[in-house]
Design a protein around this ligand. Structure first.
Ligand SMILES: [Zn+2]
Length: 454
């Protein structure tokens, strides 16, 4: 069960205490799928830690060679350091750049060129060795470049960034990247695209010669679904589901920012990879096509409605920061259950809640409380997603639907865009639980499963 669940982590904007504007990338990426190689050149505007900084540091894929590195137009030296990431990054290393004399004090402009063959590691979930697995791959069948391999200079695992990206692939390849597609053309046997994402948290590139695209516009939401071999009926049903969940959340919580006004759902044609709906970034959900096809072959009625609804819910629930990331997951999970209740059936909702109760009930007595649960420990997933959902359900039952949804809406609107932790959650919800003041504390502070009722 040590399923690495990274979804919201690619999503929240942990801008705590940083007044400097985020790193700005302008990159040209050339990919040769048959050779398994990438070549990147461009500039990155880098905010420095302090005016007194003498170095800056980023993570980069360890199988590329840096052939050019200038800082504010001057040649800069670099050494290799450790990787800083809450997740295993088996193909990364730290790059520590010494600031040349006369470089800027708050921000510098780095010009960089690097290239190489991406290390080939087993797909995530293909072996037991999660620490040496990777979703990213570049081969003649597909390209997937995500933040998990730090294929671009990465300053901290998830943080705000802006990106302009030009991508070159062989003619016939279809690509999907972070942000909005500005241009698409064929030149000298290459498929060239340009992308822009001014408010993002990670840079992702997906490509395949076999992508098909289904575009829908339902109730004000643009939905683009990319896939290579999913059945058409499944894709059509999914469009309806995405529109339904999006409309439900908009009605309950109010409008949110959906980058470029479009939700892209991409079935990356890998065989394994992250489970469930995969990972969510601003405007993108990336799901394993192989795992989905496998599930469909075992159950023709298979639907990932609740998982997709969970990812869509992160368009609202993405402001919990650091330890408070459980807030993103508890709300996204519970709202996905609400989507099941409102758009599917009460019986299915009951089954979902029963499963949460079962899993949370099996937590060991020493499992950390929500108030301190770290992101990555064996019990963290059940505590953060399921115990968190059960807490929200308990709050809803006491408040009643009208008050609970109104309070949820106010919580979202008050904290969206602000890094939020357990203390803010506690204060906000305690204040709304007039006759049951100890309920939220009991849920937040109890070890193990749900707190005993009194
Ligand atoms: Zn999530």
């Amino acid at each position: 069960m040590p399923r690495l669940s990274i979804v919201a982590l690619l999503f929240f904007v942990a801008a705590a205490g940083k007044s400097n504007s985020p790193p700005a990338y302008d990159l040209t990426v050339t990919i040769e799928p048959d050779a398994g190689s990438i070549a990147v050149r461009g500039t990155v505007d880098v905010p420095l830690e302090s005016p007194a900084a003498t170095t800056f540091k980023f993570n980069l894929h360890d199988s590329v060679t840096i052939t050019k590195l200038l800082v504010d137009g001057k040649r800069a030296t670099f050494t290799f350091g450790t990787v800083e990431s809450p997740f295993p990054m088996p193909a990364s290393r730290g790059i520590v750049v010494a600031l040349p004399a006369g470089a800027g004090q708050n921000r510098v402009r780095m010009e960089i060129e690097y290239s190489g063959r991406l290390k080939v590691l087993p797909e995530f979930g293909a072996t037991e060795d999660m620490l040496h697995s990777m979703d990213d791959q570049v081969n003649s069948r597909m390209v997937e470049l995500s933040p998990l391999s730090s294929w671009y200079p990465q300053f901290g695992f998830v943080q705000p960034l802006q990106v302009e990206l030009a991508l070159s692939l062989p003619q016939g390849w279809i690509s999907i990247c972070s942000g909005k597609k500005l241009e698409e053309r064929i030149q000298d046997g290459r498929a060239l695209t340009r992308w822009s994402s001014p408010k993002d948290t990670a840079i992702m590139i997906l490509a395949s010669p076999n992508y098909k695209k289904k575009s829908l516009r339902e109730a004000g939401v643009n939905i683009d679904i990319y896939y290579t071999r999913m059945p058409e009926a499944f894709i059509a049903q999914e469009g309806t589901q995405i529109a339904g969940a999006t409309n439900l959340y908009s009605t309950l919580l109010g409008e949110t920012n959906i980058p470029a006004g479009t939700i892209k759902h991409i079935y990356s044609p890998k065989r394994k990879g992250q489970g469930k709906a995969g990972m969510a970034l601003p405007g993108m959900i990336v799901t394993s096509e192989g795992l989905t096809m496998e599930a469909l072959s075992q159950d023709p009625k298979f639907t990932m409605f609740q998982w997709i609804a969970h990812e869509i819910a992160h368009y609202w629930w993405n402001f919990g920061a650091g330890q408070g990331d459980w807030i993103n997951e508890a709300f996204a999970e519970y709202y996905s259950a609400i989507a099941v209740q409102k758009l599917s059936s009460q019986a299915e909702f009951q089954a979902v809640m029963a499963d949460y109760r079962k899993q949370a009930g099996e937590l060991p007595a020493e499992a950390p409380p929500l108030a301190t649960v770290p992101i990555m420990e064996p019990t963290s997933f059940v505590v953060r997603y399921y115990k968190g959902s059960l807490m929200l359900d308990a709050v809803r039952q006491l408040m009643g639907d009208a008050k609970f949804f109104q309070a949820s809406r106010e919580f979202f609107q008050e904290y969206t865009g602000k890094p939020t932790g357990t203390p803010e959650f506690r204060t906000f919800w305690n204040a709304r639980m007039r006759d049951h003041k100890d309920l939220v504390d009991a849920w937040l502070d109890s070890h193990g499963g749900p707190p005993a009722r009194n």
